[in-house]
Structures are given as structure tokens and as C-alpha cells.
Design a protein. Structure first.
Length: 116
């Protein structure tokens, strides 16, 4: 087999391997994941801490999947350094005493920020 054909076969094998790896990875990530209870709980706690309203007096009225532009969920402070990575997470709308609060979280409710 000549050198050119060997290179083409090696390149084709690499492409096929990459396709298999990417296909396998895609199947590991749920396409429509549901939020963990921790996400909703973290959002409720953040609003409670901010407002003084008891968690029992609040309700999560909407939870939507979202992607944030950075590790600060797109709500970094002017003097804050935020890793510039797409951060998957949730947008949770909380109803408390007639007011709506929009809360952003990461996938697990570990990073939580309330929109102004």
C-alpha cells in the first residue's frame, strides 16, 4: 500500500473514532434534564436571605433550563472576576408576597444569584 493511501486510511479511522466518541458523550448528557430539588431549594433560600420572607411563604412558579455566559451566571459585580465559560443551569422564578424574583443557578444550585 502506498504512503498516500495509508495516510487516507489513518485519517478516516481517526474521524470514525471521533464520531464514535462524540456520539457516546452525547448519550451521557440528558437532553431535557429536570432540575434537582437542590436547585429550587437554593433559589428559595437565596430569596429568603435577601428579603427576610420565610421559605414556607414562597413558591417556585417557573423553572427553566438556561445557559449563562460565565461562572457568575451573567450577574458578576464590576470588581468580580468571573471565569469566561458557558455555565449550564436554571432560571427559577419565585413568587413571594406578591412579588416575583428571578433567580439564576448553576446545574446543582451551588452558585445562586438573584437578578436585580
Amino acid at each position: 500500500m502506498d504512503r498516500r493511501k495509508r495516510k487516507m486510511l489513518v485519517a478516516a479511522a481517526m474521524v470514525m473514532g471521533l464520531v464514535l466518541v462524540l456520539t457516546a458523550c452525547e448519550q451521557l448528557v440528558p437532553q431535557d434534564p429536570t432540575p434537582l430539588p437542590e436547585v429550587e431549594e437554593a433559589a428559595l433560600m437565596a430569596v429568603s436571605d435577601e428579603t427576610g420572607i420565610a421559605v414556607e411563604d414562597m413558591e417556585a412558579v417557573d423553572v427553566e433550563r438556561s445557559e449563562w455566559p460565565d461562572a457568575c451566571l451573567g450577574l458578576g459585580e464590576p470588581d468580580e472576576v468571573c471565569a469566561q465559560v458557558i455555565t449550564p443551569g436554571w432560571q427559577v422564578t419565585i413568587l413571594a408576597e406578591g412579588e416575583e424574583y428571578v433567580v439564576r443557578t448553576d446545574d446543582f444550585g451551588e452558585e445562586v444569584r438573584i437578578e436585580d
